[in-house]
Design a protein around this ligand. Sequence first.
Ligand SMILES: *Cc1c(COP(=O)(O)O)cnc(C)c1O
Length: 380
Amino acid sequence: MSVAPFLPFARPSIDEATIDGVADVLRSGWITTGPWVRTFEQEVSALCGGRPVRAVTSATAAVEIALQLCGIGPGDEVITSAQSFFTVSNMIEKVGATPVFVDCELVTRNIDLAAVGRAIGPRTRAVVPTHWPGSATDMDALLALARSRGLRVIEDAALTFGTRFGGRFGGSFGDITTFSFHPNKNLTTIEGGALVVNDMAEAARVDVLRFHGIERLADGTRDVGFPGGKFNLPDVNARIGVGQLERLDAMLARRRALVDRYFERWSTDPACVLPPRPAARDDGCTWNMYCVLLPLDRLSITRAQFRDAMQQEGIGTGISYEALHLTTLGRRHGGREGLFPNAERIARETVTLPLYADMLDSDVDRVCEAAARVLATHRR
Ligand SMILES: *Cc1c(COP(=O)(O)O)cnc(C)c1O
């Protein structure tokens, strides 16, 4: 009997043409920020309706720059979801502002807009929603709320590059959007990220913020007025991004087909809480992850034991994500158990199942069968 290969929960898909293209960049003599970054930025900008795009070394750098671009710092509050990756609260804290957490919706995991409205106070400067795979945040409602209260909106679209909001490409409208091109995301540059901004003045400010704070003077010398970051993306990475963009639609379609199969084949007793079901074939949502909530109150095993059992079956799983208000950082801002029931329940029960463009249909079946077996064995 042959042993099935280990299935990781995420894995990048890099084609041979892109690998050859990277080798060409390495041989070219110019490997850091240069013509490939400009090409990559222009191609992403074209997807975003021509809005200015700036590539950086990560989504974390993009969020930090976005907050600085909005002039957010000490004394300011930024409203964000308690259910997201560490990036968001880390960067709010890093620029000297205070994160104000609100709960998310249980099934879509998107930020609770009514809770955002209640959390706005005199010091609030911005809202940072994280978009979750499979369901778009109601951006029309959030943007209208933000405009009426004079707030900036920084969309953390790390998980949703390629999502269309009622036909509009995420990043082609709104205020500021940040993307991640980490290897686990819909499109990768190894490490990398980007911000979409409103106009050339903001883009010029990002150029300064992402590169040491350097401004060029008329006499050809340079000046700095503040310590800027060092977040410029190398051309080697941008070349990968250009190769990935050619395959974006195909990779997203493949992820969608695999998710359709998860919905078809996933059947456990006791039942799990599943992500939102796709509304129609072309609902515009992207699927970077397929996360379920385990019915822990009906099981005799913990989540860690479930993950170990899946690992024994040769299947990798992840946790997306811990509750941000219950981290040590979050607790310093008043976070405690019971504040945000949905974010906390997700943090306790969630597991991320394997999903990536190169996965086979039979891999999905294998995951579904293994999970059903493990859950049935440990039912109580
Ligand atoms: C991955 C991720 C980030 C961070 O992306 P990096 O490019 O690794 O900095 C931020 N927010 C969310 C929701 C993510 O999933």
